[in-house]
Design a protein around this ligand. Structure first.
Ligand code: MRU
Length: 341
């Protein structure tokens, strides 16, 4: 959010080649940005949607000179933003929180009410930043000097309001002088690892190596991985985790190689209303993301391709879930219920 009230987003589709900031003047622009992956990563999607609601409220106020009746007027806007991506629960969590703020702010009128909604969106962003720091500290305490971590997708500053979830822990380990190396999986087909995590690690001078997803087993077999840490898009009430496609494969490999597999996720990613991983909707993206690279066909014209954006890792494969309020271990249904009261 710019000091003059404009919203801009770093266009993640253009990274690492170009750093282009996109103006986000309307909630429709925010929704398009989420759907088309200009902004991505579960917590960042939630933060963007929260600002989308505030932008819509401001537009209504400017058009009608009134902020009355926002509860009703914003209903189609919540629906529009909610339809952008189905899997990351942070989107729905943030929209619920904004809805509650809209109801509670009815005592205010005009610009003050709109201002209150921008403050709530900023609070969601700031809380996520603070949570990243707490997760980073807690997670880094799990490891000793010389630790070699493998990670997947992008869970850093681009995907959150702060230093990141899994990458936040990697950053904390680096600052504590305990990190020897990071293996970054490229994350086919959208290449969040190759394009974004590498970019963030380079900026922080974190010792890291990019590998294709198919190399993970090889480096584990060679004894070069001490732990895998990933983020999450949704944690079900039994501890099953939906995260970027390829995560489940890494968890299975960890089981075979006896390498601990950790998930780092803020409480806003936990969905107690979803009993288990099977109930999580997995986003299916365009097959073109698989058949083409940078617009260039890598498969014959007309070839069928599948593109699930996420997969589900059963909780039995997870050593611990690292949240801002504590490190949870199995049985996860009990641990999660205890954490969330
Ligand atoms: O499709 P994306 O790039 O939005 O998927 C992102 C992930 O799967 C991340 O691992 C997850 O959102 C955690 S980000 C802190």
């Amino acid at each position: 959010m710019m000091p003059d009230g404009r919203l801009e987003m770093l266009d993640q589709r253009r990274l690492p080649a170009e750093e282009v900031w996109l103006p986000m003047p309307t909630y429709e622009a925010v929704a398009d940005g989420i759907r088309e992956m200009a902004i991505r990563g579960a917590p960042a999607i939630g933060i963007a949607a929260a600002y989308g609601v505030a932008l819509a409220a401001r537009a209504i106020f400017e058009q009608t000179s009134s902020a009355d009746g926002l509860e009703v007027k914003l209903a189609p806007i919540y629906a529009h933003l909610a339809e952008t991506r189905p899997t990351a629960v942070n989107l729905f969590w943030a929209l619920e929180r904004m809805k509650k703020c809209v109801v509670e702010s009815a005592v205010l009128s005009g610009a003050a009410r709109v201002e209150r909604l921008f403050e709530e969106a900023a609070a969601i962003s700031k809380e996520d930043r603070d949570n990243n720091e707490r997760m980073g500290r807690l997670g880094a305490d799990l490891f000793g000097p010389g630790t070699r971590i493998m990670t997947h997708c992008n869970t850093g500053g681009l995907a959150t309001g702060g230093l990141g979830t899994a990458i936040g822990i990697i950053r904390a380990l680096h600052h504590a002088g305990k990190l020897e190396h990071v293996w970054i999986g490229e994350t086919r087909p959208y290449l969040q690892g190759a394009r974004l995590t590498t970019w963030e690690c380079q900026q922080d001078q974190i010792p890291s190596t990019l590998i294709t997803d198919s190399m993970a087993a090889h480096f584990m077999q060679q004894g070069k991985v001490d732990a895998v840490i990933v983020g999450a898009d949704r944690v079900a009430a039994n501890g099953d985790v939906a995260n970027k496609i390829g995560t489940y494969g890494l968890a299975v490999l960890c089981g075979y190689h006896k390498i601990p597999f950790y998930v780092a996720a803020p409480i806003s990613t936990i969905d107690m209303e979803t009993p288990s991983g099977e109930a999580i909707e997995i986003e299916q993206r365009s097959p073109r993301e698989v058949t083409h690279l940078n617009g260039m066909a890598i498969a014959p014209e007309g070839m069928d391709a599948a593109s699930p954006a996420f997969d589900m890792t059963p909780s039995s494969l997870i050593r611990a879930i690292i949240t801002e309020d504590g490190i949870l271990e199995a049985p996860y249904d009990v641990a999660l219920a205890g954490l969330l009261g």
